[in-house]
Design a protein around this ligand. Structure first.
Ligand code: B12
Length: 453
């Protein structure tokens, strides 16, 4: 009887919105700061930033409109051609595998051998289009949806061949999610791949946590089931998978309140929001408190864009039901916070490691590098390159997350080989920030290690 009452209540009453501190001064300031970055025409537009602006509780509609126009310039230009036209050139257009797709202005046609899917970027852009206000005509979006389906197929075929998608399960999940939000069906085999990866714990990678990917996959599962895009039997499997992810998220919560780390926590919280479990799950409230105490960790536009939706109690699954009416147009942009002045100097030990057989001598560089006290790891790398006579060299690629360290001492990390330059602090803690954002302490030893993921 009691259970029946609870079930009846759940069926009759609309879901209560999740507790969200969207109006708290610190959250408003973060929204305003992201808006300031979005208003800067010198920065490449990023669909995640647009999504965060759209999912917020208050807006600056003219800035959002201009931002969308800039995004459309980049993406529509790149995907303007039909897939068939591109097929005549043997392949889909693509940017550099490790570069963000906003860098599509550098894109080229390549031979079929070199084709590379851009599943994640295109998925995020399509999610952004669905969140735009007023909603855009669906006509021009059709070819983008076709492109996304094509990329997802490439990723799926890659996963059959290599045991993982060509991009990553994170991007694969974003692809499924975006098609679902556009109410497009996805082949069952494509969904089964993702379910199998979840079931067999294939989302993690060396040096990185699986939490972000688990969460995006669970959002995709929940969307497919909620939008009724799958048959009943599969819907039951998707529900069970989402429940498993949720309990792994709860189990993974640390003493600090985070799920994984501070940056994966917002993604994990989206799962509770999307499945209406935020009010019944104490882990959600603990995570929200932990985020609010650590908002200063979100300094880049990419990380701000990932945290803001949950601070407004929203998940990407709110996109299909977004309405344009009465959006408060009261947010004003503010400039970025200036870093604190830090007088003096520090010395950092810089070590480069590369595995055999590529490097018979495992530790290929080990030098002390003096830098100003406020220096980031990127400054350290520049200072090492400038200080003779040890010929330190490195290269970076611009991504929406900031500069990505792509080569060191002439050794290039390759997407196709799933190798990357991992950043660690001695003895072996993987950094949670990139080269531009991490500020080493005086006397710290930093390791650049060519790793597999
Ligand atoms: C997959 C992934 C990777 C893969 C990317 C390879 C690939 N081709 O997919 C690998 C394993 C290489 C990787 C490496 C790192 N990653 Co990573 N990564 C992710 C993940 C799970 C998904 C990124 C993605 O595909 N986004 C979707 C696509 C469409 O967007 P994108 O912006 O174009 O994505 C590209 C870039 O972001 C780039 N990239 C991936 N990670 C990072 C990290 C930094 C700092 C930069 C500048 C770029 C970058 O690779 C992506 C694919 O091409 C995110 C999770 C998240 N919440 O965002 C973490 C995430 C972005 N990574 C993170 C970190 C910390 C790192 C490392 C610094 C870890 C380390 N200690 O070495 C390194 C980067 C080191 C370097 N060389 O500069 C953090 C960044 C936090 C922050 N403060 O900004 C995140 C948010 C994970 C987390 N929860 O902590 N990562």
């Amino acid at each position: 009887m009691w259970l029946l009452l609870v079930l009846l209540q759940a069926a009759v009453l609309p879901a209560q919105p999740c507790e969200a501190p969207g109006e708290a001064a610190a959250v408003r300031a973060l929204s305003a700061r992201l808006l300031g970055l979005a208003a800067d025409p010198a920065r490449d537009p990023d669909p995640s930033v647009y999504l965060a602006l759209r999912l917020a509780g208050n807006h600056h509609l003219p800035v959002e409109e201009r931002y969308l126009a800039r995004l459309r310039d980049v993406f529509q230009h790149h995907y303007g051609r039909s897939l068939q036209t591109a097929g005549r050139h043997h392949a889909a257009p693509h940017g550099h595998p490790q570069r963000d797709a906003v860098a599509t202005k550098h894109s080229t046609y390549v031979s079929a051998k070199g084709e590379w899917p851009e599943t994640g970027r295109l998925a995020l852009y399509l999610l952004g289009l669905r969140a735009s206000c007023p909603l855009l005509e669906p006509g021009p979006q059709r070819s983008l949806v076709t492109w996304l389906k094509y990329y997802l197929e490439l990723d799926w075929a890659g996963s059959r061949r290599h045991g993982h998608p060509l991009t990553s399960y994170y991007q694969y999940s974003l692809g499924v999610l975006a098609l679902c939000v556009h109410h497009k069906r996805v082949r069952e085999e494509v969904i089964h791949r993702l379910l199998a990866a979840e079931h067999h714990g294939r989302f993690g990678h060396a040096g990185g946590s699986a939490m972000d990917t688990e969460a995006v996959a669970a959002l995709a599962f929940t969307c497919l089931e909620r939008e009724r895009l799958v048959r009943a039997g599969l819907a039951v499997e998707l529900q069970a998978a989402t429940r498993r992810v949720r309990s792994r998220v709860v189990e993974a919560q640390g003493q600090d309140g985070f799920f994984g780390n501070v940056y994966s926590t917002p993604w994990a919280m989206q799962v509770f929001i999307a499945t209406n479990t935020c009010r019944t799950q104490p882990a959600y409230d603990r995570a929200m408190s932990a985020l609010l105490e650590n908002l200063d960790a979100f300094t880049t536009s990419a990380t701000m864009a990932q945290v803001l939706p949950v601070l407004h109690g929203r998940s990407y699954l709110d996109i299909p039901s977004m309405h344009c009416q009465e959006e408060p147009d009261t947010l004003m942009p503010i400039g970025p916070e200036l870093p604190n002045e830090m007088p003096g100097n520090k010395t950092v030990q810089l070590v480069v490691e590369c595995p055999e057989p590529q490097c018979p001598q495992h530790r290929v560089y080990d030098q002390m590098v003096p830098v100003p006290a406020a220096a980031s790891l990127l400054h350290v790398l520049r200072a090492a390159a400038a200080q003779g006579p040890h010929n330190f060299t490195f290269g970076t690629q611009d991504t929406p997350q900031g500069p990505f360290l792509s080569s060191v001492l002439g050794l290039e990390a390759l997407q196709r080989k799933r190798s990357y330059w991992q950043l660690l602090t001695a003895p072996s803690t993987s950094l949670q920030e990139g080269v531009a954002d991490y500020r080493p302490r005086d006397g710290e030893t930093l390791i650049l290690r060519l790793s597999k993921w």
